[in-house]
Every structure is written in structure tokens, then in C-alpha cells.
Design a binder for this molecule. Structure first.
Ligand code: COA
Length: 337
């Protein structure tokens, strides 16, 4: 005689119900970055498409930016924080190893929902959307708040020519909830741990702290990247993943209205669009030009901007794809809220 484990039943489908963003106030032009890395505005624009980026000030913490973006997403979804029963935060730049920043964000928003962080670097938001969709459909949660947030300037070496001009700060949030029609397609995700070292925190905490026999560096561990192999991997391997997400959603490229790739670098965005042979009617997110690469925040920030500027309209079909350290990646087709 077994004890019944009552099956939870969820919604038939899940969808994104609202998206919000927080962009730091300070706009940093290339001119403010070039001296420390012996570079030029022209070089940076030509190699990355970045003209300006947003860097957070002292008050613009991971928690503060997340709460601001979430409040907007909740309002647009027509929900109160109390209706959220799970908060998923994708970030690699919350500087406490524990607890998760998600619990503090949930508390400040006014919910005692389940709350935890995920570490999947630039692809964290797309991982979170997939998890949220599954939670809603399985009945583990009715409404899930997914946040992508970074304050990468805390771990940026401003004298590193390979990273200083690329990375930036910000937060994006999306509310995922029940829907009568499918609004989030099957995820295509994976990892390539053989390339674990291509983008990474340079020192682990033991190297920083050290020991009496082996003194540590005493400096913040910095983010380092081997730009060339990352560029090649992202430009070619990721186009195939985007196509797989389209296939798994049961649509064709012609059905696509909007393409929201991770805002790593304009050349990668263009190379992916070319490799995928995106039809000319597909509108492409190009937020990186004045936002920089905000890792986990980049896809929701770019999607929010397209919605705000009318480039993505409610009911449009959008391909989201994100990739980065790990190497890890995730892609899905979604309906624009
Ligand atoms: N400013 C000026 N010159 C620079 C420079 C900088 N910041 N960084 C490198 N250079 C120089 C090098 O010294 C080299 O000069 P040389 O030809 O005289 O030897 C030349 O530019 C090429 O260097 P390389 O390291 O091969 O640059 P690159 O063409 O690979 O461009 C990136 C560098 C970072 C722009 C490019 O690799 C890239 O976009 N990678 C992907 C990064 C990314 O988006 N990551 C996020 C994924 S989540």
C-alpha cells in the first residue's frame, strides 16, 4: 500500500505576460574607455558595434536594478507581486556566494515566493524562461518572475583590452504565466564544457585570499575572455541552435517576426542572421550598440526595447537565443506579450 503522491496539474500552456527593464543612468561613451586599453572609438565600433554602454553607479545594485525591472514587468503583466510564486534570477555578478539575491528581491517586491539564482552566464535568462514555462505547465507555480541582471563592472578589469569595452550593467525581467495558447516553444539548450576556459572568472576565491604560505592577490577576481574562439563559436554554432529552436516550435523562418539574440557583439549578431538566412522582414534586436554586453540581462533588455519602440508587437513570433561562458546556450521561440 503506497501513499498517494497527488499529481500537480498545471496550465495547458505558458506565455510571457510582461517584460520590464532597468538601464543604469550613466551612459559611458567609447571615449571614456579607450585610454586605459590603448584603443579607439573607431576600433571598438568596427569590431563590436558598441558606441556607448551603461555602467551602474553605487546605488544601482543587482538587487535595486532587479526590483525596478520587475515592478515594470509585473505592472505590464497586470499582476501584483503577491501573485508570483517563484522568482528565478539569472546572474553571475551578485557578489555574495550565498544566499541567493533572489530571496532579497522577492522580499523587497513583497512576496514570499520560492526564490533562487541560476548561474548560466549570458544564457541564464533563456534557461530561466524555459524553467518557468515548465513550472507553469507542470503546476509547480502559476506565475514565475524571471530576472536577468548583471553588474559586470564590479568584476571588470578596465585595463583588459579584450573585455573592458564590451561588458556593461543592467536588468531585465519577464513574468511567465498560464495561457490558453502556446506562448513559449520548446527549449534547445546545451553546453560545451570542453571550452570551459574561454570566458571565466580569472582567479577563484582561494587565489584571492591566499594562505600564509601562498599569499593571495587581494584583488577582485576579474572576468577574462579569449575573444577569437568565442567569436567563431558564437557566429557559426549558434545559428544551428537557432534553427533547431524554430524547427522544434513547428514554424519556419518565414513565420518569424523578430530575432532577439544575445547582445554580445554586433558582428556576431550579423553573422548569425546571415548564417540562418533570416528573411528580410525579420526585425533584429541591436541593443548592444548603446547598451554594451550585459550578459544575463541582454536578451530581456533587448526585447523590452523592441517592444517599447514598436519593433516587436503583441502577438509577434520572436526567436530568443543566448550563449556565453560555460560554454552554455539556450534558445526558444516565444510570443511577444
Ligand atoms: N583596441 C584596439 N586594438 C585591439 C584591442 C582593443 N581593445 N584588442 C585587440 N586589439 C588588437 C590586437 O593587438 C591585434 O593587433 P595586431 O593585429 O596588430 O596584432 C588586433 O587588434 C586583433 O586582435 P584580436 O585579439 O585577434 O582581436 P579580434 O579581431 O578577435 O577582436 C574582439 C577582439 C573581442 C572584438 C573579438 O574577438 C570578439 O568580438 N569576440 C567575441 C567577444 C564576445 O562577444 N563575447 C561575449 C560572448 S558572451
Amino acid at each position: 500500500m503506497g501513499t498517494p503522491l497527488s499529481a500537480s496539474t498545471g496550465a495547458p500552456h505558458a506565455a510571457i505576460l510582461g517584460v520590464g527593464a532597468y538601464r543604469p543612468v550613466r551612459v559611458v561613451p567609447n571615449a571614456d574607455v579607450v585610454d586605459a586599453i590603448d584603443s579607439s572609438d573607431e576600433w571598438i565600433q568596427q569590431r563590436s558595434g558598441i558606441k556607448t554602454r551603461r555602467w551602474a553607479g553605487p546605488e544601482e545594485s543587482v538587487q535595486m536594478m532587479s526590483v525596478e525591472a520587475s515592478r515594470i514587468a509585473l505592472e505590464r503583466a497586470g499582476l501584483d507581486a503577491g501573485q508570483i510564486d517563484c522568482v528565478v534570477v539569472a546572474t553571475v555578478s551578485h557578489l555574495l556566494q550565498t544566499p541567493a539575491v533572489a530571496t532579497a528581491i522577492a522580499h523587497e517586491l513583497g512576496t514570499d515566493a520560492a526564490a533562487f539564482d541560476i548561474s548560466a552566464a549570458c544564457s541564464g535568462f533563456c534557461h530561466g524562461i524555459s524553467m518557468a514555462s515548465d513550472f507553469v505547465r507542470a503546476g509547480s507555480a502559476q506565475h514565475v518572475l524571471v530576472i536577468g541582471v548583471e553588474r559586470l563592472t564590479d568584476i571588470l578589469d578596465l585595463t583588459d583590452r579584450g573585455t573592458a569595452f564590451i561588458f556593461a550593467d543592467g536588468a531585465g525581467a519577464a513574468v511567465v504565466g498560464p495561457s490558453d495558447t502556446p506562448g513559449i516553444g520548446p527549449v534547445v539548450w546545451g553546453s560545451d564544457g570542453e571550452q570551459f576556459d574561454l570566458i571565466r572568472q580569472r582567479e577563484d576565491w582561494r587565489d584571492v585570499v591566499g594562505s600564509p604560505e601562498r599569499p593571495g592577490s587581494g584583488v577582485m577576481p576579474h572576468l577574462v575572455m579569449q575573444g577569437n574562439p568565442v567569436f567563431r563559436w558564437a557566429s557559426f554554432a549558434m545559428a544551428k541552435i537557432g534553427q533547431q529552436a524554430i524547427d522544434r516550435a513547428g514554424i519556419t523562418l518565414d513565420d518569424l517576426d523578430v530575432f532577439v539574440p544575445h547582445q554580445a557583439n554586433m558582428r556576431i549578431i550579423d553573422a548569425m542572421a546571415r548564417s540562418m538566412k533570416l528573411p528580410s522582414h525579420v526585425r533584429i534586436a541591436r541593443d548592444v550598440a548603446d547598451q554594451g554586453n550585459t550578459s544575463a540581462a541582454s536578451v530581456p533588455l533587448a526585447l523590452e526595447r523592441m517592444i517599447a519602440e514598436g519593433d516587436a508587437r503583441s502577438g509577434d513570433t520572436a526567436l530568443l537565443i543566448a550563449f556565453g561562458a560555460g560554454l552554455s546556450y539556450a534558445a526558444q521561440v516565444v510570443t511577444v506579450p
